[in-house]
Structures are given as structure tokens and as C-alpha cells.
Design a protein around this ligand. Structure first.
Ligand code: FAD
Ligand code: SF4
Ligand code: SF4
Length: 483
């Protein structure tokens, strides 16, 4: 092992610097600065090259982290890029938005005494450098295959599958009801976590690789599922989950109470230069308003920090559990607090006050009781603990459920779980419809980009095997997983 490694005893952890709070509150650019080359090499050299790397085990893509850290420490960046991109279609995106504290870095063995290796920042640095230096090239399959695959959804699951299938020479057609490629990476996740050009350059690369995008095309509306199945040798459903969970209580229908994704989509579209009437009319613009966001997940954090950047008068997060029991990444909570968000923990909304639009949220304090069947502590209201929070924009960020896909696709035989997610064969990712596969949030429920990529890659293996088995007129080929 190179003596460059194991430097964690000497070198402290140093993540790329964050921009000043004042500066970052004023725009939607990413908050982390780039690693300098020397910084990335030095931080990579802190890795102790574990024989059993827990970082890798806890990465959903099983990325070969020790190897690319070693190559980065040795300045062999092009090789580091080759290793990193062999298991991850979008390493620079995962490096930016994975909750590393819960995945790779949270399981780094040196974390205990010395703070983890900054795995995500190095991963991002490697592929950003690869783009800058022209090492990221369009896919040129060794052979073109006549069979085609139709992919519904241009989010990370659909895109990862599209790349893997294109590598094998399939004719890949991606359909999306939106006008841009990227799914939640473009219209959900704000630019301060993931700048839009990072996603758009991937779209360009995929177009140059021969992937065909059919945008503004909703399956079930513009093309029937039956029509799509007839058109392609296999179909992948990667439509994500978009039905916002709602909240009850008196006054919940008042104007000024909005769904999180509508708010974020309007903000992202406005940032991309689109004409967004709901933003210009003020409906989805928090400027000068007192904002209360209900929820404690990543979506809530993104709404809070978007409202700050839009120039809200005050921004509060109302969450019924405490900091230790919230689903969102603690890193994002810290960023939000730095930017001026106030967290009102252990509090739940009971009613929304106002005459012709919302003016306040009436909330009650809560305490955490015994764990329920899922292992989470129950939430119980504290009697007589009501209080009012001033609010003229309330954003509901309570999570998402799948829409009724068997109905939307007019395919009653498409089997779903009791939560409405699609049921798939665990190995092949095929649904109950022959030749129709599924991946990403529509299978798992609302999850993470890295899991969507993993599913997309696995589903591509299933699709490849299925096409090879059913289309005997074409010679069998090596397994796609190796690429
Ligand atoms: P999606 O990204 O949702 O893409 C699905 C695509 O399918 C969409 O483009 C949609 O338009 C299209 N589609 C749907 N129905 C049809 C149809 N009938 N016809 C044609 N097209 C259709 N994950 C992280 O890892 N880190 C984060 O920081 C993070 N932050 C998040 C913040 C927010 C606000 C949200 C909402 C999610 C966040 N996530 C984050 C989760 C992550 O974005 C998702 O898990 C991931 O995008 C799921 O990928 P997917 O490909 O399954 O679906
Ligand atoms: Fe860590 Fe995510 Fe990268 Fe895996 S993909 S190494 S979990 S940042
Ligand atoms: Fe290196 Fe940490 Fe992974 Fe061990 S767990 S290989 S120290 S990054």
C-alpha cells in the first residue's frame, strides 16, 4: 500500500469550504466551493484502505471507494474517474446530494476518533474534473442492436437504465411528461444543492450517446401503455412518486397553503428562465412573507431554504418530532439553521387561521411516546399547549405517495403493493406485466437518487436478460452488469 495513505492520524478532516451565509442567502448557487486538487489528494490520503471497507458496503452502489481514493491521492485522476464511473452513472450528482452522513461517510471506520474521509466531496471532484478535462465521452456501443426499450420517466432511475442499455447497443427511447430531462433532479431539488447545468450536461451526453428523448409526452395521456408496449421490445416504468400527502384540520383549504413540490417546481422553473405565472403573481413567491413549512424531511429543508433565498420575512419549520428523530439529513438542518431558519421542534399543526387567506398556524406541543409497530416513537399532543405562529405562506411537505398507475395506464393487471408502489420480481425487476419492468421511487416509495440509480442499473440487467431470452433470433451476449 502506498505510504501516501493512512494520513488520517496527521491530517484533520477538511471538507470543501462553504460560501458565506450572506452570499448564499442571496442566490441559488451551490453552497460548497470546489475542492482544490491538492485538497482532494490530501483528503483522499486520509483513507486507511480498509480490508473490509464499510464505506463501500453502505454505499447503495457498492462504489469501489478505497480504490478511487487511493488513485486520487496519487494524482491518477483519470483512472480514479474510470473506477468511479464503472459503478455509478452520475457520481458528481451523488457526491453532491447523497446523505453521506447516513451512508458511506457515516460508516467510515476512522469516523469514530478522527472524523470520516470526505468521500462525497472527492467523488464529486473526480467527475467534475473528468468533465472539465474531456474524459467523459458519449457512449459508443460495440454493436447496434435492433431491439428497442421504452423508458417512462427521465429521472435518475430512467436515465441510469437508459445509459446501461445504450452501452449494450439497444435503441433507447425515454418518454417524460415534463419538458426537461432529470425528474426531481431538475424540478424538485433546488440549485443550492445541485446546480441545473450539472444535470443538463448529462442530458447532452446522453443525447450524443444516441438516447432519444420524447419530452412533453405523458404515457397514459399522449400514448397509451398498450401502444408503448407494442412499440418496444421492453418497457421500464420509472415514473417516481408525486401524489403529495395531505393534512387535515380547520382552515386547511385557505389560500396561501401550498404543496411543497408545486412551490419548489415554480422556483426551479423561474430559476431556469421559464415564464411562471404562479411565481410572478406571488402565489409561489415567499418574498416579504412569513413562511411556515410543515414537515421534517429533505423536501421540507429544501422549501425552507428556498423561501430564505426568495427573501421571506421569516421562515419557520414546524415538525412534530425532535431533531434526533427527523428523517431529513442533519447536514441540511445545519445549513438551514445557518441561513436563518428557525426550527419549532415537537409541535404539530391543529388549525389554519385567517378569513380570506391564511394568517397563522395554530399548533400544539407534542411529546414522543412509546415506539409503535415500525419502531418509531409515537407522537402525542400535550394538552393545553396551543400557540399561534404568524404565517401568510404555509407549505405542506409531508411526503409523497404513488398515483394509481394501473388506472392511469389502463392496465388493471399491473400489480401494486398496499402502498400503491409497483410490485416487481426482486431479481429481474419485471412487473406483473410481461416485458414491463419498474425501478426507482415508483417501486421503493420516496427514496434517494442513489437508490434510483441502483435500481435503474439492476432493471437494465433484467431487461437485457429478458430481451436475450425472448428474442432467440439474436445471439446471446455477455451480462450487462460487468460494464
Ligand atoms: P423521479 O426523479 O421522480 O423521475 C420520474 C420522472 O417520471 C419525472 O420526470 C416525471 O415527469 C416522469 N413521469 C411520471 N409519470 C409519467 C408519465 N405518465 N409519463 C411520462 N413521464 C412520467 N434524494 C437524494 O438522494 N438527495 C437529496 O438531497 C434529495 N432531495 C430531494 C428533495 C426533494 C424536494 C424531493 C422531492 C426529493 C429529493 N430526493 C433527494 C429524492 C430523489 O429526488 C428521488 O428519490 C429520485 O429523484 C427518484 O428518482 P426516480 O427516477 O425514481 O423518479
Ligand atoms: Fe457515498 Fe453516495 Fe457516493 Fe455511494 S454514491 S459513495 S453513498 S456519496
Ligand atoms: Fe477508507 Fe473510511 Fe472506507 Fe476505510 S471506511 S476504506 S478508511 S473511506
Amino acid at each position: 500500500m502506498a505510504d501516501r495513505m493512512l494520513q488520517f492520524v496527521r491530517l484533520p478532516q477538511e471538507a470543501p469550504a462553504k460560501r458565506d451565509v450572506g452570499e448564499r442567502r442571496a442566490d441559488f448557487d451551490e453552497i460548497y466551493r470546489d475542492f482544490a486538487t491538492a485538497g482532494a489528494a490530501a483528503q483522499s490520503s486520509r483513507c486507511s484502505q480498509c480490508g473490509v471497507p464499510f464505506c463501500q458496503i453502505h454505499c447503495p452502489l457498492n462504489n469501489n471507494i478505497p480504490d478511487w481514493l487511493k488513485l486520487t491521492a496519487e494524482g491518477r485522476l483519470e483512472e480514479a474517474y474510470e473506477v468511479s464511473s464503472a459503478t455509478n452513472n452520475f457520481p458528481e450528482i451523488c457526491g453532491r446530494i447523497c446523505p453521506q452522513d447516513r451512508l458511506c461517510e457515516g460508516n467510515c471506520v476512522i469516523e469514530k476518533g478522527f472524523e470520516s474521509v470526505t468521500i462525497g466531496a472527492v467523488e464529486r471532484y473526480i467527475t467534475d474534473t473528468a468533465f472539465d478535462r474531456g474524459w467523459v465521452k458519449p457512449i459508443r456501443p460495440r454493436q447496434e442492436r435492433p431491439q428497442s426499450v421504452g423508458i417512462i420517466g427521465a429521472g435518475p432511475a430512467g436515465l441510469a437504465a437508459a445509459e446501461q442499455l445504450r452501452r449494450h447497443g439497444y435503441q433507447v427511447h425515454v418518454y417524460d411528461r415534463y419538458d426537461r430531462v432529470g425528474g426531481l433532479m431538475i424540478y424538485g431539488i433546488p440549485g443550492f444543492k445541485l446546480e441545473k447545468p450539472i444535470v443538463l450536461r448529462r442530458r447532452d451526453m446522453m443525447e450524443q450517446s444516441g438516447v432519444h428523448f420524447h419530452l412533453d409526452t405523458a404515457i397514459g395521456r399522449d400514448i397509451t401503455m398498450a401502444g408503448l408496449r407494442a412499440r418496444h421490445d421492453a418497457v421500464l416504468i420509472a415514473t417516481g412518486v408525486y401524489r403529495s400527502r395531505d393534512i387535515g384540520g380547520p382552515g386547511v383549504g385557505l389560500p396561501g397553503i401550498e404543496a411543497a413540490l408545486d412551490f419548489l417546481t415554480a422556483s426551479n422553473r423561474e430559476g431556469l428562465g421559464d415564464d411562471v405565472p404562479e411565481f410572478t403573481s406571488g402565489r409561489f413567491n415567499a418574498a416579504g412573507r412569513h413562511v411556515v413549512v410543515i414537515g421534517g424531511g429533505d423536501t421540507a429543508m429544501d422549501c425552507l431554504r428556498t423561501a430564505v433565498r426568495q427573501g421571506a420575512a421569516s421562515v419557520k419549520c414546524l415538525y412534530r418530532r425532535d431533531r434526533a428523530n427527523m428523517p431529513g439529513s442533519l447536514r441540511e438542518v445545519k445549513n438551514a439553521e445557518e441561513e436563518g431558519v428557525e426550527f419549532v421542534w415537537l409541535s404539530a399543526p391543529e388549525a389554519f387561521l385567517g378569513d380570506d387567506r391564511v394568517t397563522a398556524v395554530r399548533a400544539a406541543r407534542t411529546h414522543l411516546g412509546m415506539p409503535d409497530a415500525t419502531g418509531r416513537q409515537s407522537v402525542e399532543p400535550v394538552e393545553g399547549s396551543h400557540f399561534n405562529l404568524r404565517a401568510d405562506l404555509v407549505i405542506k411537505a409531508l411526503g409523497f405517495d404513488p398515483e394509481d398507475l394501473p388506472a392511469a395506464f389502463d392496465e388493471p393487471a399491473l400489480k401494486v403493493s398496499r402502498w400503491g408502489t409497483l410490485q416487481v420480481n426482486q431479481r429481474s425487476f419485471m412487473t406483473s406485466l410481461p416485458g414491463v419492468f419498474a425501478a426507482g421511487d415508483i417501486v421503493r416509495g420516496a427514496s434517494l437518487v442513489v437508490w434510483a440509480i441502483r435500481d435503474g442499473r439492476d432493471a437494465a440487467v433484467g431487461i437485457h436478460e429478458h430481451i436475450q431470452q425472448t428474442q432467440v433470433r439474436h445471439a446471446p451476449t455477455p451480462a450487462i452488469a460487468a460494464e
